[in-house]
Write a protein that binds this ligand. Structure first.
Ligand code: FES
Length: 128
């Protein structure tokens, strides 16, 4: 069912925006003047993708930089844990960081749900 999600002037080209439509959390993205709607939460560890970035059709997660094609929701780039030099950590912290890194590599990266979006006048609508 189509429902209002945002106003067009709230989403400039290259922009991302959070919207909640009929209880569904979405990230809206404006790729080259066309509006796309995907599930808000990253397919890695649920970070809010509207806090990420949109470069062309590539949506990048703000937490570990996983990437998704906003036009299809498909994952295109695996998360990259942010590394810090072991030299600045205690041995215990360095061991914990290495263990966390090994676990992070075993977490599955899920594709994003996608939803049809359209513009009617000055309103963005999404079919959720
Ligand atoms: S939560 Fe998005 S890449 Fe980890």
């Amino acid at each position: 069912m189509w429902a209002d999600a945002a106003k067009t002037d709230e989403l400039a080209p290259g922009g991302l925006k959070y919207a909640r439509v009929n209880g569904v959390e979405l990230t809206l993205g404006n790729y080259d003047g066309t509006i796309y709607a995907v599930g808000r939460r990253c397919g890695h560890m649920n970070a809010p993708l509207d806090d990420g970035s949109l470069d062309g059709f590539i949506l990048t997660c703000p937490l570990h930089d996983a990437q998704f094609d906003i036009t299809t929701g498909k994952a295109t780039g695996y998360p990259m844990p942010h590394h810090h030099s072991d030299e600045t950590r205690s041995p215990a912290m360095a061991n914990e960081a290495r263990a966390n890194h090994r676990l992070a590599l075993k977490i599955r990266l899920l594709d994003l749900a996608t939803y049809p979006a359209r513009v009617l006048g000055d309103t963005i609508q999404v079919d959720v």
